[in-house]
Ligand binder design. Structure first.
Ligand code: HSE
Length: 307
């Protein structure tokens, strides 16, 4: 039995514009590095090497909450020490909490040689999301665990579908403001008008069909959100401009990453993705808000074992 496992747990983009809480994809960068070791001390010890001052009390820590849920189903579990080097900033909209939760359960299940199903791992990891935002949602966790583009058809019972992953380049801008997922959910309307629902499910079906057929025009046309984006985009200065200029630069389309404030754009090739990055930078340089950008690709594998 191995004593130690080290993994890269990737950032993810939830919602994919029209698919609130049901669609998501994994990216190559950024990612967290997590090391799980067997320990002589019983229970769970968590160490954070990053600067984010996250609690290391297991029940209050996102990775800890997910692990504790999993360990309830492991007989005679040994002591575990988890070291997290977080590169995905919490509150960025890039699935930071999902990377911790999914990474922790994946690493522990491998280290302890458990035979949990993908659905089990999603279920355990959702306890971590609950610690983070008070709500169990799986649209970041699932692509983080499985890689590629995923659909959550249902979380009760868990029914997850890995979709076809066409070649996609992804540009992300993270304006350095914080939007808490809990706040970004709080402001949403509880009811939806039928005419908007019809538009939205047309777009979701179009987007899924676009991914399956690798029809980039259909993907671009379907990246439209008439329900969530009009409300949430108010929290993100420069949003409309970033979107308009990114499309002018050749992006297929995009929108708010998860609950924001990051904005993502999909492109067919790397050159376009780089032009989109320039357009994004121009907007925030002009507005005078600090930002970070990434030009990355669809991550088809999800969590990767380093050693
Ligand atoms: N689907 C979730 C939301 C993702 O948009 O609230 C949060 O990262």
């Amino acid at each position: 039995m191995k004593h130690k496992i080290q993994i890269k747990s990737p950032a993810t983009i939830a919602n994919l514009v029209c698919g609130f809480d049901i669609l998501g994809l994994a990216v190559e960068e950024p990612y967290d590095i997590m090391t799980m070791e067997l320990s002589d001390q019983p229970g769970l010890e968590i160490i954070h090497l990053d600067e984010y001052q996250l609690t290391t009390i297991p029940a209050e820590n996102v990775a800890g909450g997910a692990l504790l849920a999993m360990l309830e189903d492991v007989k005679d579990a040994p002591g575990l020490k988890l070291t997290i080097d977080k590169k995905i900033k919490p509150g960025s909209g890039l699935g930071s909490s999902a990377a911790s939760a999914a990474g922790a359960v994946m690493a522990a299940s491998k280290l302890l040689q458990q035979t949990f199903t993908e659905e089990d791992l999603v279920r355990y990891a959702m306890f971590g999301e609950k610690v983070a935002s008070g709500v169990k949602h799986a649209d970041n966790i699932t692509p983080c665990l499985l890689g590629g583009i995923t659909l959550i058809r249902s979380i009760l019972p868990i029914d997850i579908v890995k979709l076809n992953s066409p070649e996609l380049h992804i540009t992300i801008v993270h304006p350095q403001i914080e939007v808490k997922t809990s706040d970004a959910r709080q402001i949403l309307k509880k009811e939806v008008q039928l005419k908007n629902a019809i538009k939205q499910w047309g777009n979701i079906a179009g987007l899924v069909a676009g991914f399956m057929k690798e029809d980039y025009d259909l993907i671009g046309r379907s990246l439209e959100d008439v329900i969530i984006e009009p409300i949430r985009s108010i929290l993100i200065p420069g949003f409309d401009e970033v979107k308009a200029l990114s499309k002018e630069a050749g992006a297929l389309g995009g929108g708010i990453s998860g609950s924001g404030p990051s904005i993502f754009m999909l492109s067919k090739d790397k050159n376009t993705a780089i032009h989109v990055e320039t357009a994004m930078k121009d907007v925030y340089n002009r507005i005078g808000i600090d930002y970070k950008t990434y030009v990355t690709r669809l991550n088809k594998e999800g969590i990767k074992i380093i050693e």
